[in-house]
Design a protein around this ligand. Structure first.
Ligand code: 5RP
Length: 265
């Protein structure tokens, strides 16, 4: 691996091999997502606890302070919306020249395996890897499930992660599922977990993140279950403790309750 890509990866994945990515890219197909209407305000209290931000160039330029930012993973796929025909029909939205201009530490792209656009999105990934690696920029592949959340099982996610890695992704983002070790065991590059739609119990989030870490994930790219929580600071600190300090789900829950009562929101 050349110096540039090693250096960028080390900005994203810390020396302990773990990472806490904070995604705020949801507006690229959902529009003004609840609690993310003003992304700059959303991240203000929580950005210090993240290792990197995942966002589009539009939000980056409009809402993120360039003088005091975390490393950026730039979302470079899109072109679809919640009200359009098919969320899977994504293309590349942002050039590598733009990623370099924005000093991105990585770029992220969704692939929709099993959809009508499987081939197109996988070829988009391959093309992006070809272009990004030329400049030492690592690619994170997002194994998207679109609206079909029931697709979140080990067999399907293992297939998606392996294919994304085979095509050159340096990191793969997927969902936690039962038997998560089947996903990580079959994937030769680091795997990070997304959170998915906000769940009702905080403990549930700590439990699946803790389980995923034990089963081989290196961290999370987890958004809504942090910034849609009533106590986002408590939430991100508790998750950070699981990822960077090996806290158990119960310890994380205790920390969540302590921070919640000490500092309010
Ligand atoms: C949206 C994404 C998000 O980055 C990813 O799903 C993680 O966010 P969340 O934890 O809210 O699911 O790729 O398309």
């Amino acid at each position: 691996m050349d110096w540039g890509i090693k250096n960028r990866l080390s900005q994203l994945i810390k020396t302990n091999g773990r990472c806490m990515f904070l995604p705020i890219d949801h507006g690229y197909f959902q529009g003004p997502t609840s609690k993310l209407e003003r992304p700059g305000e959303t991240i203000k209290p929580i950005i210090d606890y993240a290792d990197a931000l995942f966002c589009t160039r539009g939000v980056l330029r409009a809402s993120i302070n360039p003088e005091n930012s975390k490393p950026i993973i730039l979302r470079v796929s899109g072109g679809t919306s919640m009200v359009g025909k098919d969320l899977a029909n994504e293309g590349l939205t942002t050039s590598i020249e733009e990623a370099i201009r924005l000093n991105a530490s990585g770029v992220g792209i969704s692939v929709f395996i099993g959809s009508d656009y499987e081939k197109e999105t996988l070829l988009n990934l391959s093309k992006l890897v070809d272009e990004a690696e030329r400049y030492g920029i690592p690619v994170m592949a997002v194994t998207a499930v679109g609206r079909e959340m029931e697709k979140r099982d080990a067999r399907y996610l293992a297939l998606c992660c392996r294919i994304a890695a085979e095509l050159g992704a340096r990191v793969v983002k997927t969902y936690w599922c039962e038997n998560f070790e089947k996903v990580t065991d079959g994937c030769p590059v680091p795997v990070v977990m997304a959170g998915g739609p906000k769940v009702n119990s905080d403990l549930e989030v700590f439990e699946f993140v803790s389980d995923g870490m034990k089963k081989g994930a290196i961290g999370v790219n987890l958004g809504r279950n942090i910034w849609q929580n009533e106590y986002p600071v408590a939430m991100i600190r508790a998750l950070r403790a699981i990822i960077h300090e090996d806290a158990t789900a119960k310890q994380a829950n205790d920390l969540f309750n302590t921070v919640k009562s000490e500092k309010g929101k």
